[in-house]
Design a protein around this ligand. Structure first.
Ligand code: HEM
Length: 318
């Protein structure tokens, strides 16, 4: 069971417990595990970057995409029973389960915050450079402003503006990644129009993150032993070619954009042998070998039934 609670959950925790007991009694279902998670007031995750910025546009949803330059994706990419980008319809049987539902993937991702901070410090020449390296690794400044629109320095007002902060592409202005490195987290996770092996639109995902564990106080560079990280949730009708593909081919390999086996600097499963390269003139900058900053602590693949399917499943129980 995944429950979202406020940072100081004392009273809310009790309310969640009561709700859970009531749910258990009514449904006959017993929760065997629970993870409290929450949103930080800064809307950031534990490494300090604003999260929850980029979302795909979905045809027919009536909800505008966050990137006004993205052609909306077919509904079948995310909802079962509708046509997808390849013209197919994903529809598990019986029919009642095959329409208006979806699949979800959860991951509990432990974040080594002190190690991430030390890496940035050790690989930069001072506080300003440290922020630049942090932005090059993510593709966005910590405020959420993308390098693509704010190449010279952070622009917090841009980072806070949902109408502007995600409307950009890569290929025409920055094919070689001099502004937004091809290997940074957001360009790997969604290369947009950049020239890469494959078709980007087949690997988009609806994604939500919520943090768990206490924040590491600002400036602390030593690990305090607390477990903290991100509860990552994916939703899509094709988890194999969406979530799993992105995780294995784009996060944990670099062949798709011509960087051999280089991995995502933030989420890659590093073993200390691989580094992050920042394209630069006249010479590229290669940072020190990357340790693993994110460790998967658990996860689950789930079917998300539609409301009609839930009622049908509920009736089977009677
Ligand atoms: C602890 C691990 C992770 C952290 C700290 C993290 C952090 C972030 C941040 C700060 C952003 C930029 C803000 C935004 O667009 O919402 C982002 C974007 C994104 N991340 Fe992650 N992320 C993590 C793991 C993952 C994983 C495992 C995946 C998928 C396999 C993923 C997929 C994406 C995608 C698709 C985007 C949007 C890219 C775009 O459209 O520009 N992330 N992430």
């Amino acid at each position: 069971m995944l429950t979202a609670v406020a940072p100081d959950p004392a009273h809310l925790g009790a309310a969640v417990d009561r709700a859970r007991t009531a749910y258990d009694q009514l449904s006959g279902v017993t929760a065997i595990w629970r993870q409290d998670c929450y949103a930080l007031p800064t809307e950031s995750e534990h490494f300090g970057y604003r999260d929850g910025v980029s979302h795909p546009a979905v045809e027919g949803s009536g909800i505008p995409g966050s990137n006004q330059l993205e052609v909306p994706l077919k509904a079948g990419e995310f909802v079962l029973g509708y046509r997808d980008e390849l013209g197919g319809i994903q529809s598990p049987q019986p029919t009642v389960l095959g329409r208006n539902g979806s699949y979800a993937v959860f991951r509990k991702l432990h974040q080594k915050v002190a190690e991430f901070r030390r890496y940035l410090k050790d690989n930069s020449t001072g506080p300003e450079d440290e922020e630049l390296i942090a932005a090059k690794i993510m593709g966005r400044w910590r405020s959420g402003a993308p390098l693509a629109l704010a190449p010279q320095g952070d622009e917090p007002a841009l980072g806070a503006d949902p109408h502007r902060r995600n409307t950009f592409l890569y290929e025409s202005d920055d094919p070689a990644g001099f502004t937004t490195p091809g290997g940074c987290h957001i360009r790997r996770a969604n290369p947009r129009d950049a020239a890469v092996a494959g078709v980007v639109r087949l690997h988009r995902m609806i994604r939500r993150g919520a943090v768990y564990g206490p924040p590491l106080p600002e400036g602390v560079l030593e690990d305090d032993g607390a477990d903290r990280g991100l509860m990552f949730a994916f939703i899509g009708a094709r988890p194999g070619r969406q979530f799993e593909f992105v995780q294995s081919q784009w996060m944990n390999d670099g062949v798709f954009f011509g960087a051999n086996n280089a991995k995502d600097p933030v989420t890659g499963s590093h073993d200390g042998s691989d580094s992050f390269t920042i394209p630069r003139r006249p010479l590229r900058l290669r940072l020190a070998p990357l340790p693993r900053f994110v460790v998967t602590r658990g996860g689950e693949y789930c079917f998300l039934p539609s409301l009609t399917a839930l009622r049908w499943l509920g009736a089977l129980h009677d």
